[in-house]
Design a protein around this ligand. Structure first.
Ligand code: SAM
Ligand code: SF4
Length: 326
């Protein structure tokens, strides 16, 4: 077990497999993004070694993210080896879905259980605008392939005021009336030099629930309001799927946070919205033993910040979202 000084049991590791992406979503990264040279990123064997150390420290859940995790070479092998790591119970992935058409089946065969697929709108032209060049059909093909491969599906939509906070929210919510999916509405978070735009665009979950209820009928609370990870869950009448609201800015879930993050360049980030990081790649490449690395990780976790400082206008500036992985 890895406890922090507030008594939280940190057992969920989100690994960014790469900082690269085949899209450039406007709230995530600038169009002219400079990516890190390959040699600065953790190699496959380095990731797998760190996963084993985290597993020995009591981590049992891994989520692979990015950038876009599916553009990493060997992603299927990496999944397979993480799944085979003793003590790791679940391996999930957050992806834009573009490459799932060909990867969903091999990933499922490698032991991946769940995918969160990002889709902010059901309108092709809008999708292209927000992603700067993405094709919505590719995401739908990815979703179909994930379904066919038997993966559990959640859909993630980042909501931006004036862009997708009205009809799109209703269209996305309507999907839960026909599919057993969780459709999650994510409050936009401010990062780096696009933070002004991000703060202006935040839409609170009460407003979204009101918009949905007006068009699709009442929403009832699921599981007595207990959070599913970071999402508060609701259901439309008779719907096989659920609606999740993730309001990290206006309703932080820090008290129940069990997460640590590993960036693609080998830093452990203790809070998505705090700049503090612990360098793991340097000691790893300088020959640190597993016991040394384990001590560095344990010490870092102990000092995990309580929560973010957005209400005091403390915005993380050292990385954009794509470099941390969400
Ligand atoms: N490329 C993959 C994807 O888009 O799903 C994985 C990485 S992406 C950084 C992970 C999640 O973060 C996505 O659901 C994305 O929509 C979300 N995201 C990106 N920028 C964000 C921001 N500024 N605020 C809130 N969520 C954001
Ligand atoms: Fe790429 Fe995901 Fe960021 Fe969009 S949100 S640019 S798909 S990393």
């Amino acid at each position: 077990m890895s406890l922090d000084r507030y008594g939280r049991d940190i057992s969920y590791l989100r690994i960014s497999l790469t900082d690269k992406c085949n899209l450039r979503c406007i709230y995530c990264m600038p169009e002219e993004m400079t990516f890190r040279p390959r040699e600065e990123l953790l190699q496959d064997d380095e990731i797998l070694r760190l996963v084993r150390i985290f597993a020995d420290l009591g981590f049992s859940k891994i989520r692979l993210t990015g950038g876009e995790p599916t553009v990493r070479a060997n992603v299927v092998d990496i999944v397979q080896q993480i799944v085979a790591t003793p003590a790791i119970k679940t391996v999930a992935m957050t992806t834009n879905g573009l490459l799932l058409d060909r990867l969903a089946k091999p990933l499922a065969e490698a032991g991946l259980r769940r995918v969160n697929i990002s889709i902010d709108t059901l309108e092709s032209a809008k999708f292209r605008t927000v992603t700067r060049w993405g094709k919505l059909d590719d995401v739908w093909n990815g979703i179909a392939a994930a379904k066919e491969a038997g993966l559990e599906i959640k859909l993630n939509a980042v909501i931006v005021r004036g862009y997708n906070d009205q009809q799109d929210v209703v269209d996305l919510a309507r999907l839960t009336l026909v599919h057993p999916w969780q459709v999650r509405f994510i409050e936009m978070m401010p990062f780096g030099d696009v933070s002004n735009f991000q703060q202006a665009g935040i839409v609170k979950e009460e407003e979204l629930r009101h918009t949905i209820a007006e068009r699709l009928g009442p929403l009832s609370v699921v599981d007595d309001g207990e959070l599913d990870g970071e999402a508060s869950l609701y259901r439309l009448e008779e719907a096989p799927g659920t609606l999740g609201f993730i309001s990290s800015v206006t309703k932080p879930f820090c008290a129940s946070c069990t997460r640590a993050r590993l960036t693609a360049d080998g830093r452990m980030r203790l809070c998505l919205l705090r700049e503090k990081e612990v360098d793991l790649i340097t000691p790893l490449r300088q020959g640190a033993s597993n016991a040394d690395l384990s001590d560095i990780i344990r010490e870092g976790i102990w000092w995990k910040p309580w929560g973010h400082g957005l209400s005091k206008n403390m915005i993380p500036l050292n990385r954009v979202m794509s470099e941390i992985g969400g």
